[in-house]
Design a protein around this ligand. Structure first.
Ligand SMILES: Cc1cc2nc3c(=O)[nH]c(=O)nc-3n(C[C@H](O)[C@H](O)[C@H](O)COP(=O)(O)O)c2cc1C
Ligand SMILES: C=C(O[C@@H]1CC(C(=O)O)=C[C@@H](OP(=O)(O)O)[C@H]1O)C(=O)O
Length: 394
C-alpha cells in the first residue's frame, strides 16, 4: 500500500488516496472515524479541536462495506474553513474588492514563528507570505495519516496483528518509569491498552493524575509541553518482516523513519533504545529458551527486531515529542521582509499534543507493518493474502 494526502489546515478539507489495499477487506467509515476521534481527544488540546469533528467520506474504492481493489479515496472536512473562506479560497477576480483585500491582508504572515516550518519553508519555496507554508506544515495534516493508518490497521487485524500506543511521559513526568507488560502475552498488552483508552491522556492509570497536573500547570503558565509515547505491535507478529540484506529494507529503519516523520517527534527508540548503549552485551540480548518445544525468549530488549527483521516478539518503539512552538510566552523573532525584531503574536494553540501524536505514530507504524506484510505475502485479495499466510478466512 502507499498513500498520498492533500489539503491545508484552514482550507475546505483533506483528501487522502490509499492505493494497493487488497480487495474484499471489510471496511466501514466507522473503522476510520474511531481513530480520527482518538486523535482529537487528548487533554491539553486547544480551541481548534472543539470546532472540528473529523469523519471520513469514501469517494472511491469501497462498496457495500468492502474494498474492491481500486484506490481508496477519502475526504475529511475542515469545519474551521467557514471562518477562513476568503483568505483560503477567494478567486483572483474578486481582488478588486477592497473588503476582500483587507481580509486577505489580515491573514498574511511575514513574522516568522520559531520552531515551525515558516523560515526554511518560505526560503525554499520563495514565498513572501508565510501562510503558504503554515497551512500545509500544520499538524492538521496528521488527520490524513490517521485515516490511512486506520485502513492499514484494519488489514493487520485480519492477521491478528494489533498496533496501539500509550503516553508514558509529559514534560518530564513519568520519565524512567516503566508500565510496559513484563511478558509478551497478548492478554497483557490488550489489558494495558484497554485501560489507557479509558482516560483522556491515553496513559496508564498510575500516571494519569501526575501527567494531568503537569498539563494544567503548563496551561496556566502559558507554556507548552512535549513528552513520549510507547508504540506496540502485538498479537501474531510474523517472523521476518523487513530484511537484513539492504539498508532500505531493515524494518527498524523504516519504522523509525515513519515515526520521525510525525510533527514534533525528535527521537525514536527501538526496544530498550538508548539504554542499550550503557549496558554490557549480556544484559541487552534476548536469550533463547525451549518452551515446550517452541522457540521462546526470556526478555524483549530488542523490541521485537533483530538484524532489521521482526523476530515474532511484540514490536516496541518509543517516540519523543518536543513541546509545541506556539505559546502565550512570546518568543523573539524577526519579520521575514522588514527584518525588524518583534515578539511572536499568540492567537490559540494546543498546550500538549502528545496523546494525539501517539495516535499519529500508531498510524505510521501500522502503515509500515502493513506494507511489509504485503511485501511478504503478496496477494490482490484478502483471501489470497490469508492463503499465502497459511490462514483460513476470518
Ligand atoms: C497532533 C499535533 C498537534 C499540534 N498542534 C500544535 C499547535 O497547536 N501549536 C503549535 O505550535 N504546534 C503544534 N504542533 C506542532 C507543529 O505542527 C510542529 O511542531 C511544527 O510543524 C514543527 O515541528 P517539526 O520541526 O517537528 O516539524 C502539533 C503537532 C501535532 C503532532
Ligand atoms: C488542526 C489541528 O491541529 C492544529 C495543529 C497546529 C499546528 O501548528 O501544527 C496548530 C493548531 O491549529 P490552529 O492554528 O488552527 O489553531 C492545531 O489545532 C488538528 O490536529 O487537526
Amino acid at each position: 500500500m502507499r498513500f498520498l494526502t492533500a489539503g491545508e489546515s484552514h482550507g475546505p478539507g483533506l483528501t487522502i488516496i490509499v492505493e494497493g489495499i487488497p480487495a474484499d477487506l471489510p471496511l466501514l467509515a466507522e473503522d476510520i472515524d474511531r481513530d480520527l476521534a482518538r486523535r482529537q481527544v487528548g487533554f491539553g488540546r486547544g480551541g481548534r479541536m472543539s470546532i472540528e469533528t473529523d469523519r471520513v467520506t469514501f469517494r472511491g474504492g469501497v462498496r457495500l462495506g468492502r474494498t474492491i481493489g481500486s484506490p481508496i479515496a477519502m475526504t475529511l472536512e475542515n469545519r474551521d474553513f467557514k471562518n477562513w473562506a476568503v483568505p483560503m479560497s477567494v478567486s483572483p477576480v474578486d481582488l478588486g474588492d477592497e473588503a476582500v483585500r483587507a481580509q486577505l491582508e489580515a491573514k498574511r504572515i511575514t513574522r516568522l514563528r520559531p520552531g515551525h516550518a515558516d523560515y526554511p519553508g518560505a526560503v525554499k519555496y520563495g514565498l513572501a507570505d508565510v501562510r503558504n507554508i503554515l497551512e500545509r506544515s500544520s499538524a492538521r495534516e496528521t488527520a490524513s495519516r490517521v485515516a490511512a493508518g486506520a485502513i492499514a490497521k484494519q488489514l493487520l487485524r485480519q492477521f491478528n496483528i494489533h498496533v496501539h500506543s500509550h503516553v508514558v511521559e509529559i514534560g518530564g513526568v513519568g520519565a524512567g518509569e516503566s508500565v510496559r507488560p513484563a511478558l509478551p502475552a497478548f492478554e497483557a498488552w490488550k489489558d494495558l491498552f484497554e485501560r489507557v483508552e479509558q482516560n483522556d491522556l491515553r496513559c496508564h492509570p498510575d500516571l494519569y493524575e501526575r501527567l494531568r497536573a503537569r498539563v494544567v500547570e503548563a496551561a496556566k503558565g502559558g507554556y507548552t509541553l512535549g513528552g513520549a509515547v510507547e508504540l506496540a505491535a502485538y498479537g501474531e507478529i510474523p517472523v521476518g518482516l523487513g530484511s537484513h540484506v539492504h539498508y532500505d529494507r531493515r524494518i527498524d529503519g523504516l519504522l523509525a523513519g515513519a515515526a520521525m516523520s510525525v510533527h514534533t517527534v525528535k527521537a525514536v527508540e527501538v526496544g530498550i533504545g538508548t539504554a542499550a548503549a550503557r549496558e554490557t552485551g549480556a544484559d541487552v540480548q534476548d536469550e533463547f529458551i525451549n518452551a515446550a518445544g517452541e522457540i521462546a525468549r526470556t526478555s524483549n530488549h530488542a523490541g521485537g527486531i533483530e538484524g532489521g527483521m521482526t523476530n515474532g516478539q511484540p514490536v516496541l518503539l518509543r517516540a519523543y515529542l518536543k513541546p509545541l512552538p506556539t505559546m502565550r510566552k512570546a518568543l523573539k523573532s524577526i519579520d521575514l521582509i522588514t527584518r525588524e525584531p518583534f515578539e511572536a503574536h499568540y492567537e490559540r494553540s494546543d498546550t500538549c499534543a502528545v496523546p494525539a501524536g501517539g495516535v499519529v505514530c500508531e498510524a505510521m507504524m501500522a502503515i509500515v507493518l502493513a506494507q511489509e506484510l504485503q511485501r511478504k505475502l503478496g496477494g490482490d485479495s484478502l483471501a489470497e493474502m490469508l492463503r499465502h499466510a497459511g490462514r483460513g478466512p476470518v
